[in-house]
Design a protein around this ligand. Structure first.
Ligand code: AMP
Length: 620
């Protein structure tokens, strides 16, 4: 990367550490004296540090390579992939999955959150992440003797929700860092790629790391504007899942051949995990890899030690993992639909994350986008570099850099009848603020409960709630309440509600530590009706709108599949073009809140949906 920017008076300016806090590895970058972003190697000379924390029997804390090296002999007290747990609730599917495969103890915290037991101590996930951040701060500080480095920009997957962002910020604070901004990893990668080059390009960033997958489509415009057009991802899809497939294959094979279950032995599992990952990485370069684990079980069923010896080839790994890659590609297709772009309209595809070294991943990306991915970025380093650039721009009030990121989830409130009323649509540019007016839903209702909901992949997830009290007793529908949602530049959400008659206001900042237990959440959903607000328009128009929105979502979802099936015929292409027009008209009617237009276009769209369903269910 060239020197994009000579900074004025840089010596007087406090430097900001750019930290890529990865699931598997973390990386730190700083802007050097020439104004060039540099990745800082750790003491061992490595540019990335494993995101692993361990506590030894004598209570010593180990982070990074040193923690990794002792992980086999101290599996129970070695915490890896903590990022998968950050900001998650105890009873979430993701935490359940993590518990199944982890060598350390994950236990329930006091607020339905997650705690990790290391030696005899319980740690919250932000505390564990803070230890990694502290290590990265230390790596940076060693490169700059005498300089106090306190400010940081930390990156998170674009698809992280509010709770996960907040928890990451908490981790920074625990580590003694002033986190001046949280930015999305793909945005950081795009920044590292395009900053200072005066490009005008549409790019896709495909980021497959150890634990998460993200894809973003960005527009780099003149004057240093980086605008995210659409983003999507899965915070539970990454290299770990590939490793788990290889592990399962080895375990099944071993059980069949030797009659012993490796899952019952924690140390064997940890060795297997390391071996599976090593084989996977090797198979990115060669087509066969030998896995050798002598004495994997020290005492087998007939009292003798057992050894594992197996050859794994690339074709087998690809067969074991092809559906994981397909999941990434499906998400990319959906993002293109959200961005209203065809794959061939993109100018560049960037690969980020260690897993993108896998040939099957590269092939699938090249096939989808119809072009070879760019070779100009280093998949392990770009994100930290982008974070350092953003940190520098924030400190120097850089006018040549404007980041326009988007919110990855739709946000809104729950209204009577458990309808989700959206206030902020997915992929809205942040920071943003939106208001909508509601009314009471019952006669003489003097309090309303505002239930803040995030819609993540069609699932409604409560983020928090608060009650606005002291309303005048009046017939239902008479009292008007203005609800305002704001998302700041870190992607963190706050919500307020105001009685428009008296001006009385209540607000919350939605945080991960709002501490809802599963039961509370369930209870909230159940009890919500009696307090809920009503959307301020007639039931009929509400029904029409919801029907139209549902049709749009269903048609959009099927679009890529239908396109793939019918695109080869003239008739098919014509049908697709027509469907696209109907979809556009419905979206337009929704945007304009034009109920009559919604009714009309919904009829056409319902026909399109029937046709689409026919195409995708037709036997080939
Ligand atoms: P990251 O979170 O970006 O550091 O990515 C780490 C993930 O990339 C881990 O699952 C690694 O096993 C995986 N990885 C690293 N190098 C390779 C490679 N050469 N081939 C396949 N996977 C790799």
């Amino acid at each position: 990367m060239g020197a994009p920017h000579k900074w004025h008076d840089w010596k007087k300016m406090e430097r900001v550490i750019g930290i890529d806090l990865g699931t598997t590895n973390s990386c730190v970058a700083l802007i050097d004296a020439d104004g060039t972003p540099q990745v800082i190697p750790n003491r061992g000379g490595y540019k990335t540090t494993p995101s692993i924390v361990a506590i030894t029997e004598s209570g010593k804390r180990l982070v990074g390579h040193i923690a990794k090296r002792q992980s086999i002999t101290n599996a129970e007290n070695t915490v890896y992939t903590a990022k998968r747990l950050i900001g998650r609730k105890w009873d979430s599917a993701q935490v359940r999955a993590a518990r199944k495969n982890s060598g350390y103890n994950i236990v329930e915290g006091p607020h339905g959150d997650v705690r990790i037991q290391v030696q005899d101590q319980l740690y919250s996930v932000p505390e564990i992440s803070a230890m990694i951040l502290q290590e990265m701060k230390f790596v940076a500080a060693e490169a700059c003797p005498g300089e106090e480095l306190l400010k940081a920009v930390i990156t998170v997957p674009a698809y992280f929700n509010d709770g996960q962002r907040q928890a990451t910020k908490d981790a920074g604070q625990i580590a003694g860092l002033d986190v001046i901004r949280i930015i999305n990893e793909p945005t950081a990668a795009a920044l590292a790629f395009g900053y200072g080059k005066d490009l005008q390009k549409l790019i896709a960033v495909f980021d497959l790391g150890g634990g998460t997958f993200d894809v973003s489509i960005l527009e780099i415009g003149s004057g240093g504007v980086f605008r995210v057009v659409a983003t999507a991802g899965d915070t539970f899809l990454g290299g770990e899942d590939f490793d788990a497939r290889i592990m399962d294959w080895l375990i099944d094979d071993f059980r069949a051949a030797q009659g012993a279950d490796l899952r019952e032995d924690r140390m064997a599992l940890q060795r297997l995990k390391d071996a599976a990952e090593r084989a996977k990485c090797e198979l990115s370069v060669v087509t066969e890899s030998d896995i050798n684990l002598p004495f994997v079980i020290s005492v087998g069923p007939s009292n003798e030690p057992l050894h594992l010896q197996r050859t794994l080839d690339r074709a087998t790994v690809e067969a074991l993992c092809s559906d994981l890659v397909e999941r990434c590609i499906e998400i990319c297709r959906g993002t293109l639909v959200d961005a209203r772009l065809r794959a061939d309209e993109l100018d560049e595809v960037l690969l980020v994350g260690g897993m993108t070294r896998m040939p099957m991943v590269q092939r699938a990306v090249a096939e989808l986008f119809g072009r070879e991915p760019s070779k100009n970025v280093h998949p392990d380093e770009v994100v930290a570099i982008g974070a350092a650039i953003q940190g520098h721009a924030l400190m120097s009030d850089e006018e040549n850099l404007i980041l326009l990121d988007v919110t990855p989830h739709a946000l809104g409130v729950l209204t009577t009848g458990k309808h989700f009323e959206e206030l902020i649509a997915q992929n809205t540019t942040v920071p943003t603020s939106q208001t909508k007016n509601f009314t009471t839903s019952r006669d003489a209702q003097t309090a309303v409960k505002i239930l803040v909901i995030q819609r993540e992949a069609e699932e409604l997830q409560p983020l928090g709630e608060f009650i606005l009290t002291g309303l005048r007793s009046a017939p239902k529908g008479e009292i008007e309440i203005e609800v305002r949602f704001s998302i700041d530049s870190d992607g963190i959400v706050s919500v307020s509600a105001k009685d428009l008659e008296t001006g009385i206001e209540q607000s919350i900042q939605v945080t991960a530590t709002s501490g809802l237990t599963a039961e509370e959440v369930h209870q909230m959903m159940e009890n919500a009706n009696e307090y809920l607000v009503d959307r301020k328009h007639s039931d009929e128009s509400e029904g029409v709108r919801q029907h139209a929105e549902k049709l749009v979502a269903e048609v959009e979802k099927l679009f890529p599949q239908v396109e793939a099936v019918v695109a080869s015929s003239d008739f098919g292409r014509e049908a697709i073009a027509k469907a696209r027009t109907v979809l556009e008209r419905t979206r337009d009617a929704l945007d304009r809140r034009d109920v009559d237009a919604m009714k009309e276009t919904s009829e056409s769209l319902a026909r399109t949906l029937r046709m689409f369903k026919g195409v995708v269910t037709r036997p080939s």
